[in-house]
Design a binder for this molecule. Structure first.
Ligand code: ZN
Length: 600
């Protein structure tokens, strides 16, 4: 039995979320929203933000979020129907009920898991025994993977065939599709999702298989990695590869090593460090961090040095503060990855893990090693760059420690460096539109919000989504899916652009709901044109990478030259201080037309 949908909507719309929340905590108006101490966690600063117009609350401290119905559920300890009834009684609304069948979903989830287990098995046996798997076995041997490793990680081989797996499993089509094992092609025929790939089964931390990462053989076509699509079993931004195997050692050693790739993880295991996990084709997210925090409070990033250096510093510090964790970075020799080092010099890999350095130390060290310390100008430039990195750290004592180090190697006066640190950050010249905008936003949020430290710096994609939620008429027509990176923000865009915001939040997967709610309670401050320029530049970078990849694989790479050159000219047009709106529209149109084909 349930309450009629339209009555739920009526109750939600008639309730004043600010009035309801105010019964539990004092709210004050800040900008267009209301802010107060969060009733869901203990705090002294106001992390709770409530949007009266949009009807959402979100806590930047503990990430409690929802609409007025969720709030009543949590506060009054009611179920959904109970909360709607509670609100309806206050508003004098009479509810109508409907019969509804519930509870099939658990059963279905179990069937999907069983199907995945069968698939892991089938692929694994194929790798071990299939006559067509010879090249795959050869490839794995060449990477130093012995039979024991292959069995330990249940590696598999997906044959180069249309539907061999699906026929072997013989499950109903909708289950095969929902599990991510099958897909329905344009002709309406069911085919296997993975073809001609070495498969790394991905498990949840309870040990249930939820997805696969598929690697192509070195001389095959296509992208190097292909992962299962997200579905009822699999959420990329929460899943960590190998956590099911690593969790015991993570707890024992009190640290988790986070890598970029499946083979890196296996490398760490083989080097005697079975506490490595990997993100599955995404950056590390807060959900990952929260997940790891259940096992340890020390995270070592084993990324390529450039990638680690570019990890969003503010997010890392924010996670450190909010989840009381410590993030360190593994210093690997340039150009080596953990997988290679595990084979060539496992001792060096173990040593590097023992010597991982704190995130800020790593960033400052990179500035120093990249600098010309032989000249006064070089030292002063390096000191300035190091201060920019140090400034992002929230703890004044930590900042001062690093300043003293910088004073040492740059031969500068510490008081001058402290004065320099107190000045606002320089606007970096190389990426004018985007970084200037992001800095502005950071400061606007700082000025307006009591919870400044807990508001992470947002990307241009998030600002676009915020505008879309806030003032859809201003931007909806100019956005399209390919302006968003594949992943969470694109899914959030698809959700927010196809349904009213409350429906979108309700129907979306948890990560998308969380993001949309957070965006709904923060104000959109960016200018539409600036945001679009930022989006278009990022999307054209992705398109460029895809084009260059296609060109490399083409019979005549020169066929691609005019397209690549044209794209470059269009995006260069947008790099100036005042890019023309004509150039912007031209690039947006080009991306809408081409990016889908390019798969980016
Ligand atoms: Zn809270």
């Amino acid at each position: 039995m349930g309450i009629l949908d339209e009555d739920v909507v009526r109750v939600r719309e008639s309730a004043d979320i600010v009035a309801v929340v105010s019964q539990h905590t004092q709210l004050r108006k800040v900008g267009t929203n209301w802010v107060g101490l969060c009733p869901f966690h203990n705090e002294k600063s106001g992390s709770l933000s409530v949007s009266q117009t949009k009807g959402f609350y979100y806590c930047f401290g503990c990430r409690a979020s929802g609409d007025v119905i969720t709030f009543v559920r949590e506060m009054e300890h009611l179920d959904f129907a109970g909360a709607v009834e509670w609100l309806a009684a206050k508003a004098g609304i009479t509810l109508r009920y409907t019969e509804r069948d519930e509870g099939e979903s658990r059963k279905r989830q179990r069937r999907l898991t069983e199907l995945m287990e069968q698939a892991v098995d089938w692929y694994h046996r194929r790798l071990l025994n299939g006559t067509d798997a010879g090249p795959a076995r050869g490839y794995l041997r060449s990477r130093g993977f012995d039979r024991e490793t292959v069995e330990q990680f249940r590696l598999g081989w997906a044959p180069d065939a249309w539907d061999e797996l699906n026929r072997a499993l013989g499950a109903p089509r909708d289950l095969l599709v929902d599990s991510g094992l099958g897909l329905v092609n344009r002709r309406g025929r069911l085919q296997d999702f993975f073809r001609a790939r070495v498969l790394f089964p991905i498990y949840d931390d309870q040990g249930n298989p939820v997805a696969f990462g598929g690697r192509k053989l070195p001389d095959a076509d296509g992208p190097k990695y292909q992962n299962s699509r997200e579905g009822p079993l699999y959420n990329k931004s929460r899943t960590l590869y190998a956590l099911n195997w690593a969790k015991a050692d993570v707890v024992n050693s009190a640290e988790a090593i986070v890598c970029e790739g499946y083979t890196d993880v296996i490398g760490f295991f083989r080097a005697g460090l079975p506490r490595a996990v990997a993100t599955c084709g995404t950056a590390l997210t807060e959900d990952h961090v929260r997940h790891l925090k259940r096992f340890t409070n020390r995270i070592v990033l084993a990324y390529d040095a450039d990638e680690a250096g570019q990890a969003a510093a503010e997010r890392v510090y924010e996670w450190e503060r909010r989840h009381e964790i410590e993030v360190s970075v593994l210093g690997l020799p340039a150009g080596t990855d953990p997988d290679e080092l595990a084979r060539s010099d496992p001792d060096a890999l173990r040593k590097a893990v023992g010597e991982a350095i704190p995130f800020l130390g790593f960033r400052v060290g990179r500035v120093m090693h990249g600098a010309n310390l032989a000249t006064p100008e070089g030292r002063s430039r390096a000191a300035e760059a190091a201060i920019d990195a140090i400034r992002e750290h929230p703890d004044p004592l930590v900042r001062d420690q690093y300043l003293m180090e910088v004073a040492g190697w740059s031969r500068s006066d510490i008081d001058q460096l402290r004065a320099q640190l107190a000045r606002p950050a320089r606007v970096r010249a190389e990426r004018p539109t985007r970084s200037a905008r992001a800095d502005d936003d950071g400061r606007v949020l700082l000025a307006e919000r009591p919870t400044a430290a807990s508001v992470p710096r947002e990307s241009v994609e998030l600002e676009a989504l915020r505008i879309l939620i806030d003032r859809p008429a201003d931007i909806a027509d100019r956005l399209h899916p390919t302006l968003f990176r594949e992943g969470l923000t694109r899914r959030a865009y698809l959700a927010a652009s196809t349904a009213p915001i409350h429906d979108a939040v309700e129907e979306a997967e948890p990560a998308v709901s969380d993001l949309l709610t957070r965006l709904a309670v923060s104000e959109a401050t960016g200018r539409v044109d600036d945001v679009l320029v930022g989006l278009a530049l990022e999307a054209s970078k992705r398109a460029m990478v895809a084009l260059q990849g296609e060109a490399r694989g083409a019979a005549d790479p020169l066929d691609y030259a005019p397209t690549i050159q044209g794209l470059k000219l269009m995006s260069d047009d947008l790099l100036g201080d005042e890019p023309s709106m004509e150039s912007l529209d031209r690039l947006l149109a080009w991306l809408a037309e081409h990016a889908v084909d390019l798969g980016c």
